[in-house]
Design a protein. Sequence first.
Length: 170
Amino acid sequence: MKPIFKPYQIVVVNRNRLPSGICQGGRYSHFGEVMSFPVPPASPGAPVTVMVRRVPGHPGTLEELPIEALSRANRITRVHYARVAGVGQFPVDMLRYDFAAPVNFSIDVVGDPGFERVVTTIDPKHGLDGLWVATAAATRRGGDAFTAARWQSFLWRVLETKTLPIGGNP
């Protein structure tokens, strides 16, 4: 089998598991970085998977995803990091709008169909206190990657912390 994706290739990760009321269409996408060749399915009918970094260049965001959730991406050169804090439920739709991914937390859907809700869980290995969560957006250019005024409309504040080149030194 010739692999479609190869390690260190930047891809678009398509998330299609969120309830449609949480973000438009129940899905959002962000850039990721492939870290392995495709892994054959463990059992017949299981999907072919690949290890992907949710945030390109960030080792703490590694996860296994089905290859069907990935698509080719244009050249991406930078990753923008930000910390966000606010009141109420985390605005998952802002991740979709900013084409961003969680860095130090995960987003899970819990509950029965029709009564789902989104829960964000802080990953303790990142050492943040839980009042701030970190997100990252990958772009082809420098400048602002996050829409601060739109985050504010959800009663959340965004503070951009750093921009790093992909594949380069910080």
